[in-house]
Write a protein that binds this ligand. Sequence first.
Ligand code: KG4
Ligand code: ZN
Length: 338
Amino acid sequence: MYVLGLESSCDETSAAVLSMDEASGVRDIKSNIVASQIDIHAQYGGVVPEIASRAHIESVTQVTKKALDTAGITARDLGCVAVTSHPGLIGALLVGVNFGKSLAFANQIPLVGVDHIKAHVAAAYLTDPELKPPFLALVVSGGHTSFYLVSDFTKFEEIGSTRDDAIGEAFDKIARVMGMPYPGGAALDRIAYEGRPGAFTFPSPALTGDNLDFSFSGIKTAALNIINGYAQREEELPVADIARGYLESIVTAVTKKIRLALNQTGANAFVMAGGVAANSHLREAVLKLCKNKKVSCHIPSQGLCGDNGAMVAAAGYYDFLTGVRAGTDLNASASDDM
Ligand code: KG4
Ligand code: ZN
């Protein structure tokens, strides 16, 4: 069946059409159109919620039309409309939810409201058509850093999380103060290759003990202090060296907690998803760790790590299979409750 996925939780308006048939193992991306607002928000150094909502309104219809046209279908061919309903920026979410609801209502198509975090994990099903729960998952994004036990396509149990900032915020903030455009995660990823290993060391964002929690406030403050020191002394900032040390500390902390989580849960499959899962240093370290531990490792292709409609359609499809249907009263929610 064809599933339309709509995503508007933050700063990407996206629509995708998937052809899905779990019985015969078909998970095909027919189209995945992403209209990014990054250029608009970059001038403010971060996402401006009101501007995001307005930009979604302007593009959601055209993006959806393009997704349907590229897939070579019309709305009437759809078996399900899946739309991100939570969590995210409330005004941004409302645009997608209301659009999806109207499209489903007008064409008499079942509607499913999708959890954005579950959608990030579902991107892994599209990269690895053989992948099935149970597995351990880590979502690393601009808003989240959490471990989940995924016992079924729709059943998630959170077993660890950040106590303060998300990993993506920690990247974006430091990238910004070092002069990189928003969102700086990808720029920091690239420039770190030019830095000298060990030139700067940072406190670990992995909390001590046998918990699966993180705290990014300490490492962020440490980096800010170093950067401010250079500014005060009017010395040239060693951007690449700082990026290298900062990334090394984060990658070491994340892999340490993944190792612990694998040991504690005995999971033999692991998924890492979310925008930060595009980070090349992190991908390499995690693939190596899983290889050493003989755990099968699944990270969505880089193009499917950031927010996109295909991941929403995939998550919505599995909700649909369990009989979940949203009514015409479907609402958006900013909160994290799954
Ligand atoms: O999942 P996502 O697209 O949006 C949220 O749901 O938050 O994640 C966006 C985050 C941003 O913080 C961005 O800087 C980060 O993902 N990101 C990266 C990389 N590419 C995107 N962080 C580190 N390295 C990258 N290559
Ligand atoms: Zn996201």
